[in-house]
Design a protein around this ligand. Structure first.
Ligand code: HEC
Length: 138
């Protein structure tokens, strides 16, 4: 009896622990060398300034002051942590925005750009986000 309770408690804990590991997303990869190419990073920067900076931060502003106005707040892409971010995760978030869980339930305002950009354009933005910590002072 006791062990059955212990086992079900354990599986419950396991479920809770696993659901805490973040969302799952398709493990897509960019074309070889795409993220490293300067012209792709440049294209990403152009798009970012045009469409994303309003919420995420303009050049020389670093993180936008408007970023904290949102709940959940817009992240800081000038953080070097984004150098290590999984490109597939960034790709997925740009295309799906607030339309996927858990962001949907949290009331995110991040737009979904899936219909807006080609896959190549999306990878260009990913390329830029991963180096923004180095080029944000322009
Ligand atoms: C209306 C304001 C707004 C605009 C415009 C916007 N974002 Fe966001 N974005 C947010 C907010 C707020 C969050 C945080 C909540 C979330 O993760 O959904 C976010 C989250 C993200 C994330 C997830 C980051 C992480 O660490 O999980 C990525 C990637 C992103 N935005 C990229 C972009 C890109 C690229 C553009 C332009 C093409 C853009 N955003 C335009 C408000 C915006």
């Amino acid at each position: 009896m006791f062990s059955r309770v212990a086992v079900s408690l354990f599986s419950l804990l396991l479920v809770v622990a696993c659901s805490d590991r973040g969302p799952s997303y398709p493990k897509v990869t960019p074309p070889d060398g795409y993220l490293q190419r300067a012209e792709n990073q440049e294209e990403g920067r152009r798009i970012f300034r045009q469409l994303c900076a309003e919420c995420h931060g303009r050049p020389s502003e670093g993180r936008s002051q408007r970023a904290d106005f949102f709940y959940p707040p817009a992240p800081n892409f000038t953080s070097p942590l984004y150098r290590q971010a999984d490109p597939a995760y960034l790709f997925w978030r740009i295309r799906k925005g607030k339309t996927v869980e858990p962001y949907l339930s949290r009331g995110s305002v991040m737009p979904a750009y899936g219909a807006h950009f080609s896959e190549e354009e999306t990878w260009s933005i990913v390329a830029y986000l991963r180096v923004r910590s180095e080029v944000s002072s322009d």
